[in-house]
Write a protein that binds this ligand. Sequence first.
Ligand SMILES: NC(=O)c1ccc[n+]([C@@H]2O[C@H](COP(=O)([O-])OP(=O)(O)OC[C@H]3O[C@@H](n4cnc5c(N)ncnc54)[C@H](OP(=O)(O)O)[C@@H]3O)[C@@H](O)[C@H]2O)c1
Length: 436
Amino acid sequence: MEAKVLRVGFLGFGTVGRGAYKLLTRSPETLTRRCGAVLVPVRALVRDLSKDRGADVPPGFLTTDPAAVLEDPEIDIVIEAMGGVTAALKYSLGALRAGKNVVSANKDLIAEHGQELFAAAESSGADLLFEASVGGGIPIIRPLKQCLVGNHIDEVMGIVNGTTNYILTKMNAGNGGFGAALAEAQRMGYAEADPSSDVDGLDAARKVAILASVAFTSRVTFDHVYREGIAKVTAEDVKYARELGGTIKLLAIAREVDGAVEVRVHPAIIPQTHPLAGVGGVFNAIFVKGDAVGDLMFYGRGAGELPTASAVVGDVVEVARRLVSGNGSGNSGLSCTCYDEKPIRRMNDVHTQFYVRMVVADRPGVLASIASIFGAQRVSIASVIQKRKLENDAELVVVTHPVREGDAQEAIRQLRLLEAVTEVASVIRVEGFATA
Ligand SMILES: NC(=O)c1ccc[n+]([C@@H]2O[C@H](COP(=O)([O-])OP(=O)(O)OC[C@H]3O[C@@H](n4cnc5c(N)ncnc54)[C@H](OP(=O)(O)O)[C@@H]3O)[C@@H](O)[C@H]2O)c1
C-alpha cells in the first residue's frame, strides 16, 4: 500500500526550524518506515528572504507571507519555531483553527497562552504538541503524559536553563563571582547580550509552568510562578554551600502538596549527593518523583539545533502516526491534559529550609538577639556557623529547619532592622537535605 503523504509547513526557519528540516530530509525513507507516512517539508515562513539558509533548501521554499503556510490546504502539520508571542499566537491559532496540527518549540507561547491554543486544537480536532518547549532535546512532556500516567506525580524539580547552570557551574569551580562567570558565558555564546530572561529566572519560570500543568493535570501559567534569579548569588555563598555539603543550582520546582500546586524558580542549595547536583555546564535535567515509579531523572541537552529538532521531529512523527492510523478527526489526547482545577499555593505558605548569611556586630549578646527574632517567628535554627572575622563585625551563616516561607521572610525583615545586624547579605533556600 502506498504511504500517505503528509506535508509539513514551518513558521520560522532559524536554529530550530532549520534543524527540524535537516532531520526530516536526511533520511526520509527511514522516517516513513517509522511512521507510515511520507513527510514532505513544503514551505517555511521567515522575515528575511536574503539570509543564507543552506544549499539544500529548494528555491521557493521560503516565504514572507504567513498565508502561504496557514492557508495552504495541503499542509497537515505546522512546526512553530519562530519564537516571541504575538505573531506566534496569531499564526498558531490560525493554523489550529484551519485544522492543522501544530508542533511548537515555543515555551513563552505555551506558558502564557496554552489554554487558548488547546481550546482551538480541541474544537478543530487537531493536535498541539510541545515537547521541545521544555528541556530542548530531553523527552519529558510525553513521558509524563504517557509512560507515567499511572502515577500520582508528587514532585518535578529541574535544572531547565543552561545559561544559569553554566554560570553556577563556573562559580562552583572557583572561577570568580557572578559577573565573571556571566561574562564568560557571553564569550562562549551561552548567554545573550541581554541575559535577563535567563539570569532572572523568567525562562525557567515559563518551563516550570508547562511542567507543572502537565505533571499535575491542572493549568499553571507563567504568572503563577514565584521567581528569583541568580544575580545575587556570591562566590562566598557558593563556597559556604560546598562546606555544608551542598551545591547551588537554579531550581525549577513544582510540587503538589495537600491538593494545591506550589511552583517556583529560585537558587537553592541541594546536597552534593542529589542527582541534580552533578548536572554541570549547559546541560539540563528534570527529576521526577512518582508514587509508583519512585525517583526518575531525565538528563540531556536543553537547547541547540539538533537536540531541539530531535524533540520537534518526535512530535511530528507522533502526529503523523495518528493521521496514518485513520484517526484523522479528534486529536491524539496528548494535547491538553489539564482536566483538574487545583489551587496554586501562595509562596508564603511554602515550607523550605533557609540559608541566611549575615554580617553582624562582633560582641556578646548579638547571637541571642538574632535567635530570639527567629524564635518569635517560629523559625527553628538547624545550625549557626561563624565564617569570617571582619574588622568590627563577624560573618554568620544560619541554616534553618524547614519553615513556612512567610515566617522566615518576616524574621529576615526584622533582622535587617536590628542595630547589631550590619547586613543580611544572602538568603538562599535549601532543598533536599534530610531533616530530623
Ligand atoms: N534555539 C534553541 O536551542 C531552542 C531550544 C528550545 C526551544 N527553542 C524555541 O524555539 C523557538 C525558535 O527558536 P530559534 O532559536 O530557532 O529562533 P531563531 O533562530 O531566531 O529563528 C526564528 C525564526 O523565525 C522567523 N521569524 C521570527 N519572527 C517572525 C515573524 N514575525 N514573521 C516571520 N518569521 C519570523 C525568523 O525569520 P528570519 O530567519 O528571517 O529572521 C527565523 O527564521 C523559540 O520559541 C525558542 O524559545 C529554541
